[in-house]
Design a protein around this ligand. Structure first.
Ligand code: CP
Ligand code: NVA
Length: 302
C-alpha cells in the first residue's frame, strides 16, 4: 500500500525519520536512494525553500524533480485534481503538493496511486515541522522534556507544531489572539497525544505566559498565503505577539529562536531577534533538505 504524508499524524515513525535525516546530513549514506525516481511538485502558491530543497534532495539522491505551477498546467484550465492525480501517477513515483485547501490535498491523495506529500496547505505543514524537530534536536540534544512556545497566528505551522511536539513528548504552548488560534480539533488531538507522552499542549492568550521558561521560541508570518485581504486587522491583533528582545527575555537564557521563513521583519519578529545570538533560522531552512530526503526515503523505500 502507498504511504501518503498529509499530516504530522502520518509520521508515527518520526523519530526514525529524524535519525535518518541526521545520517543523511552527515553523509553516512550512498546518496543514490532515489536512483531513476521522479517527483512531481505541484505548487498552487509561491515557494523558495520547499521548491529548492525538494528539487535538490531528488538531484542529490540520484532522482529527478519536475516543477509544476498551477497556472502552467491544465489544472489552471479546469482539469480536475482527480484526473491530474491519475495522470501523474502513470509517470512519476511520488507527488509533492502545495495547496490552498486541505480538501484538495486529500482529494489528490485519494486518486493518486503513488505517495503524496503535503508541502503546505491551509491546515498543516508537516515537512517544515520535521525539519524543525531535526533543528531542535541538533541544538538541544533531545526533544522530550523541552518546552516550545509558538506566538502569533495559529496557522498551518502552529497546527503541525502542536501535533509534532505532542508526538515527541515536548511541551508546546501556543500564545495567540482571539480569533487567530489553531484548529480546535487539532489542538484537542495534540493535547491527548501529549498527555500520553507525558507532555503538555496548551493554547493560551498571553504571549509572555506562553514564552515563560521556553527552550524554543517560534513564530511565523501574521499573514499566510491566502490571508492577504486581512492584512490590516491581522497586524493590529498580533502586534502584542511580536517576538522582540523583551519577549525573548521571558524564555530560558539559552532559548533558541525559530521561524519557518519567509520572515516579515518588523512585524512578527524584529531584526535584533532574527539576526541575534538565539536565532537558528538558517539552520532550520537548511534542514528542510535533510528532513525531506528522509521523508522521501520513508515513503518510497520504506
Ligand atoms: N518555509 C517554507 O515552506 O518556505 P517556502 O514558502 O519558501 O517554501
Ligand atoms: N504560514 C505560512 C507559511 C509559509 C511557509 C503560509 O501558509 O503562508
Amino acid at each position: 500500500m502507498k504511504r501518503d504524508i498529509l499530516s504530522m499524524l502520518d509520521l508515527p515513525d518520526l523519530e526514525e525519520i529524524l535519525d535518518r535525516a541526521v545520517e543523511l546530513k552527515n553523509g553516512q549514506t550512498t546518496g543514490r536512494e532515489m536512483g531513476g525516481k521522479s517527483l512531481a511538485m505541484i505548487f498552487e502558491k509561491s515557494s523558495t525553500r520547499t521548491r529548492v530543497s525538494f528539487e535538490v534532495a531528488m538531484t542529490q539522491m540520484g532522482g529527478h524533480a519536475i516543477f509544476l505551477s498551477q497556472n502552467d498546467t491544465q489544472l489552471g484550465r479546469g482539469e480536475t485534481i482527480a484526473d491530474t492525480a491519475r495522470v501523474l501517477s502513470r509517470y512519476v513515483d511520488v507527488i509533492m503538493y502545495r495547496a490552498y485547501r486541505h480538501v484538495d490535498m486529500v482529494n489528490l491523495a485519494k486518486h493518486a496511486t503513488v505517495p503524496v506529500i503535503n508541502a503546505l496547505d491551509d491546515k498543516e505543514h508537516p515537512c517544515q515541522i520535521t525539519a524543525d524537530l531535526l533543528t531542535i534536536k541538533e541544538h538541544k540534544g533531545r526533544l522530550k522534556g523541552l518546552k516550545l512556545a509558538y506566538v502569533g497566528d495559529g496557522n498551518n505551522v502552529a497546527n503541525s507544531l502542536l501535533l509534532g511536539g505532542a508526538l515527541v513528548g515536548m511541551d508546546v504552548a501556543i500564545g495567540c489572539p482571539d480569533g487567530y488560534c489553531p484548529d480546535p480539533d487539532i489542538a484537542a488531538k495534540a493535547a491527548s497525544i501529549a498527555k500520553e507522552n507525558g507532555a503538555v499542549s496548551e493554547v493560551i492568550r498571553d504571549p509572555f505566559e506562553a514564552v515563560k521558561g521556553a527552550d524554543i521560541v517560534y513564530t511565523d508570518t501574521w499573514v499566510s498565503m491566502g490571508d492577504e485581504e486581512e492584512m490590516a486587522q491581522r497586524k493590529k491583533a498580533m502586534m502584542p505577539y511580536q517576538v522582540n528582545e523583551a519577549l525573548m527575555s521571558a524564555a530560558k537564557p539559552d532559548a533558541i529562536f525559530m521561524h519557518c521563513l519567509p520572515a516579515h521583519r518588523g512585524n512578527e519578529v524584529t531584526d535584533e531577534v532574527m539576526d541575534g545570538k538565539h536565532s537558528v533560522v538558517f539552520d532550520q531552512a537548511e534542514n528542510r533538505l535533510h528532513a525531506q530526503k528522509a521523508i522521501l526515503i520513508a515513503v518510497l523505500n520504506g
